[in-house]
Design a binder for this molecule. Sequence first.
Ligand SMILES: *[C@@H]1O[C@H](CO)[C@@H](O)[C@H](O)[C@H]1NC(C)=O
Ligand SMILES: *[C@@H]1O[C@H](CO)[C@@H](O)[C@H](O)[C@H]1NC(C)=O
Ligand SMILES: *[C@@H]1O[C@H](CO)[C@@H](O)[C@H](O)[C@H]1NC(C)=O
Ligand SMILES: *[C@@H]1O[C@H](CO)[C@@H](O)[C@H](O)[C@H]1NC(C)=O
Ligand SMILES: *[C@@H]1O[C@H](CO)[C@@H](O)[C@H](O)[C@H]1NC(C)=O
Ligand SMILES: *[C@@H]1O[C@H](CO)[C@@H](O)[C@H](O)[C@H]1NC(C)=O
Ligand SMILES: *[C@@H]1O[C@H](CO)[C@@H](O)[C@H](O)[C@H]1NC(C)=O
Ligand SMILES: *[C@@H]1O[C@H](CO)[C@@H](O)[C@H](O)[C@H]1NC(C)=O
Ligand SMILES: *[C@@H]1O[C@H](CO)[C@@H](O)[C@H](O)[C@H]1NC(C)=O
Ligand SMILES: *[C@@H]1O[C@H](CO)[C@@H](O)[C@H](O)[C@H]1NC(C)=O
Ligand SMILES: *[C@@H]1O[C@H](CO)[C@@H](O)[C@H](O)[C@H]1NC(C)=O
Ligand SMILES: *[C@@H]1O[C@H](CO)[C@@H](O)[C@H](O)[C@H]1NC(C)=O
Length: 493
Amino acid sequence: MFGTGSSSGRFLSQQSVRGLLSLVSAHRIVFTVLWSLVFAFLVLSQLRSVERLRNLLWGNNLLGATLPLYRPVAFNLTDFGGVGDGVTVNTEAFKRAVAAISKFENRGGAQLNLLPGRWLTGPFNLTSHMTIFLDQHAVILGITDEKQWPLMPPLPSYGHGRELKGPRYGSLIQGQNLVDVVITGNNGTIDGQGQPWWTKFRKRSLSYTRGPLVQLMWSKDIKISNITLKNSPFWTVHPYDCKNVTIANVTILTPVFGAPNTDGIDPDSCEDVVIEDCYIRVGDDGIAIKSGWDQYGMKYAKPSTNILIRNVTICSLVSAGVSIGSEMSGGVSNVTVENVRIWSSRRGLRIKTAAGRGGYVRNISYRNVSLDDVRVGIVIKTDYNEHPDDGFDPTAIPNIDNITYDGIHGERVQVPVRLQGSEDVPVKGISFHDMSIGLAYVKKHHFQCSFVEGRVIGSVYPIPCDNLDRYDEHGRLAMRSASQNVSDIDYYM
Ligand SMILES: *[C@@H]1O[C@H](CO)[C@@H](O)[C@H](O)[C@H]1NC(C)=O
Ligand SMILES: *[C@@H]1O[C@H](CO)[C@@H](O)[C@H](O)[C@H]1NC(C)=O
Ligand SMILES: *[C@@H]1O[C@H](CO)[C@@H](O)[C@H](O)[C@H]1NC(C)=O
Ligand SMILES: *[C@@H]1O[C@H](CO)[C@@H](O)[C@H](O)[C@H]1NC(C)=O
Ligand SMILES: *[C@@H]1O[C@H](CO)[C@@H](O)[C@H](O)[C@H]1NC(C)=O
Ligand SMILES: *[C@@H]1O[C@H](CO)[C@@H](O)[C@H](O)[C@H]1NC(C)=O
Ligand SMILES: *[C@@H]1O[C@H](CO)[C@@H](O)[C@H](O)[C@H]1NC(C)=O
Ligand SMILES: *[C@@H]1O[C@H](CO)[C@@H](O)[C@H](O)[C@H]1NC(C)=O
Ligand SMILES: *[C@@H]1O[C@H](CO)[C@@H](O)[C@H](O)[C@H]1NC(C)=O
Ligand SMILES: *[C@@H]1O[C@H](CO)[C@@H](O)[C@H](O)[C@H]1NC(C)=O
Ligand SMILES: *[C@@H]1O[C@H](CO)[C@@H](O)[C@H](O)[C@H]1NC(C)=O
Ligand SMILES: *[C@@H]1O[C@H](CO)[C@@H](O)[C@H](O)[C@H]1NC(C)=O
């Protein structure tokens, strides 16, 4: 542990000034001997000074003294017996570190530095007022033996594990009921080593739902920044029923093929979330905003709201760039997605739901989004019939309303728009303005609609479906649609 004060430094300089004044006329050797004694005294009594001197002499910044300090005190994992050799299991060291940091709760918290090394660990819980700082060459490695992962009850708004009934595996880094947690660094890495999990999932040899890499539940004032997260067993970052969450300047990577359900960031029943300046290239959705599953989500009734996503680049070869749903039964509203680039992806901007979900997706705004090499650009899908159990209520109809797309551009998109409402689940309040999406090849059905009510303002390319009203650039009605409920959906892509 090191503090910010430097009383030993002041002591040293006072001693040397006094020494100089009183010994000014003495013999040079006496002076040197006395000085050496003072120095030796300092050496013996001030271990911290030794370390500083060592740093000074050999420039050994592996001690972590050069890492920025965001809390009154900092520790590193070696202080708790940690070994960063990639082989030693550090779960107990992390647990001791967190227990020590929890004692600083009323004193501004404490920081845990991860110095260069490969810090293998099983799952551990965080505490409030804690900062984890990962040096550029520090890697937290998740242990792959699932028996070391504790089981936890299902999320209340899901009723079951998302993949398999019953409990679910916990997360590598987990927190519940916390305040003021920061995970940051100089682009250090948290690596979930997901490969064995993905293989076992595909072989159906797991008995429980896989765990996210980082999951914070019922917490607030959370910040995750300046790090890289890789190879999550399941969703990568999962804030659940949290308030005031910022995820900034984070890189999230998993293989784009063969890494099932490795979403990047899944804000779930969260309020006041900012996701910015991130690069996400993963095996499922880049970002997926959720709020619970069917009857369980409706009962839990906690929406995701006030969510801002900006300056994010996403590649999702098998799924979507930015998704809402399919679990959205607590409602999703007031989402802004701007200055986002989605490339080499199967879907671009997607809203996914089904009868039985209940809830709503309302007041969603997409601005300045570019879609390049995407199969289907903008998607609203209302028949995603995957239910937790037979207890869902088929008459619980999700309400989809007030979704605006402004400044959507791109190249080489196969089907730019597919808005698929139905008689049971109509889609309302859709608006397009300033859209031009270059096509992958000339084919019919570029702008597919079914049971959609909404408008197109000004010029939009490709030519919009007849389901939408047309307005001119000044907002004057040019032509009202006579065929909102006509269906022209083509699943070729
Ligand atoms: C950090 O680690 C080094 C050993 O690598 C140790 O000597 C030092 O005391 C630790 N603590 C802090 C806060 O730097
Ligand atoms: C983290 O805390 C939760 C809630 O107390 C508990 O269920 C879980 O087992 C803990 N995880 C670990 C790894 O200790
Ligand atoms: C992003 O992280 C990198 C590496 O840690 C850092 O150099 C850069 O300043 C950060 N940018 C922002 C906008 O925080
Ligand atoms: C952080 O590291 C990742 C992977 O190691 C790299 O792709 C990314 O460009 C780095 N980010 C910055 C800002 O240096
Ligand atoms: C949100 O959390 C940050 C820490 O990440 C904190 O500085 C800020 O004050 C919080 N905002 C509100 C409105 O509580
Ligand atoms: C990321 O790191 C850079 C430089 O180290 C720092 O200036 C910036 O504030 C950090 N950004 C965040 C969001 O923590
Ligand atoms: C956008 O995010 C990237 C990191 O993905 C960063 O390098 C860049 O500075 C950000 N741009 C703006 C305008 O903030
Ligand atoms: C919508 O969310 C933004 C943050 O993205 C927030 O500033 C704004 O106040 C919210 N609007 C409403 C009506 O709550
Ligand atoms: C639109 O988003 C791109 C990133 O995709 C960004 O470079 C550009 O500056 C944004 N344009 C405006 C007008 O904000
Ligand atoms: C959508 O926005 C309108 C107008 O600001 C507001 O009255 C309504 O409550 C919002 N809907 C939701 C679900 O937040
Ligand atoms: C539609 O949503 C936007 C936010 O995206 C909001 O500002 C506006 O008031 C909403 N309009 C209605 C009619 O609810
Ligand atoms: C379209 O279908 C919806 C819901 O099924 C219905 O409420 C609406 O009246 C229909 N609109 C027209 C123009 O027929």
